[in-house]
Design a binder for this molecule. Structure first.
Ligand code: AVI
Length: 318
């Protein structure tokens, strides 16, 4: 599978260090959630997706299975389908097999290794689909490849409720960029998590088996290993809390003692009970999400949900 761009995008250690030092110097200490996903973190995330408490993945898969044909009909033939942050493209097969052909599938991911492996697997499984991987950070501008046919439309596919990990202003900006990318006649097929009761939400992010706790703490392990920090992983615990005002789950690491951590020649003090916020996961109503998409240039959506209205997948035409 020839890469469509040849530039490698290694996660720059300096940038990692800069982001960590900046995050830990604020009043509310934070760490960017994008650093969760090293090899160990990605494996832990795969385990999270299988947890009984973590409803988003299996609910979205069920919605795709039940309504995939309607989605495929909505997208139609001669479409270029651009999947953002495609990773291992796990959720894509069901959609691709239902799409009327010809179809061009463009997985976009920052991890080249994941991307090309997955693209090869998809191309083997769907020999009637043109697969053109693009190695890029989808939060930045990137160019679309040409299809082997005259395309009828371009559709961005953004499953997994990853949009929820962006603050609302950044989410709206990303949606605006997507409406420009796909252009008139194009569309966006997107999964987002719905607002629900606190208990269901907090359990989904604080499971009994403590996999999410390991996922969260892995961030400190990564800082120790890659940036030569000296975080004591036993001195921090995982906390997930639903912030009702902002409709978001917040993940934190809570310092269990007054302690000092050393990193790149700096001493960083933590008070007992002080937290480092590591992730925001915003939940929307269908209405609030549609309003945001409308401000970003999309028209009224077709929305599919599960019977318990836990999760939504929506097609927004431009
Ligand atoms: C990737 N993202 C959609 C997940 C979420 O639900 O916000 C990340 C996650 N964090 C803890 N569990 C799952």
């Amino acid at each position: 599978m020839p890469p469509s761009t040849t530039t490698e995008l290694p996660l720059a250690i300096e940038e990692f260090l800069e982001d960590v030092l900046e995050g830990l110097s604020g009043e509310q200490k934070t760490l960017p959630s994008k650093y969760f996903y090293d090899r160990r973190g990605s494996l832990l995330f795969d385990q999270i997706c299988e947890l009984p408490e973590y409803y988003p993945t299996r609910t979205e898969v069920a919605i795709m299975q039940q309504h995939g044909q309607q989605m495929a009909d909505r997208i139609g033939e001669r479409a270029i389908v651009v999947e953002l942050g495609s990773g291992s493209s796990m959720k894509t097969g069901a959609l691709l097999s239902r799409l009327p052909k010809p179809t061009c599938y463009v997985p976009v991911d920052i991890s080249g290794e994941h991307l090309y492996e997955a693209a090869e697997r998809i191309a083997e499984a769907h020999d009637d689909v043109q697969v053109v991987p693009v190695h890029a950070d989808f939060t930045q501008e990137f160019a679309l490849p040409d299809a082997e046919f005259e395309p009828a439309r371009c559709v961005a596919y953004f499953p997994g409720s990853t949009i929820g990990n962006f603050r609302p202003a950044a989410a709206e900006e990303l949606l605006s960029r997507l409406s420009n990318l796909v252009g008139p006649g194009g569309g966006l097929l997107i999964g987002f998590d719905l607002i629900k009761d606190r208990r269901t939400l907090e359990q989904a992010y604080d499971d009994q088996q403590q996999v999410t706790a390991k996922f969260n703490l892995n961030l400190l392990r990564r800082i120790n290993e890659e940036l030569d920090g000296d975080f004591d992983l036993r001195a921090f615990t995982h906390r997930a809390v639903f912030n009702e005002e902002h409709h978001r789950i917040e993940m934190h690491l809570v310092s269990q003692a007054d302690q000092t951590v050393h990193l790149a020649g700096r001493s960083i003090a933590f008070r007992q009970g002080e937290t480092v916020r590591t992730e925001l996961s915003h939940k929307y109503s269908v209405e609030s999400f549609s309003e945001m998409a409308s401000r970003a240039g999309f028209a009224a959506p077709t929305v599919w949900t599960d019977p318990s209205r836990l999760f939504a997948v929506a097609y927004f035409p431009v």
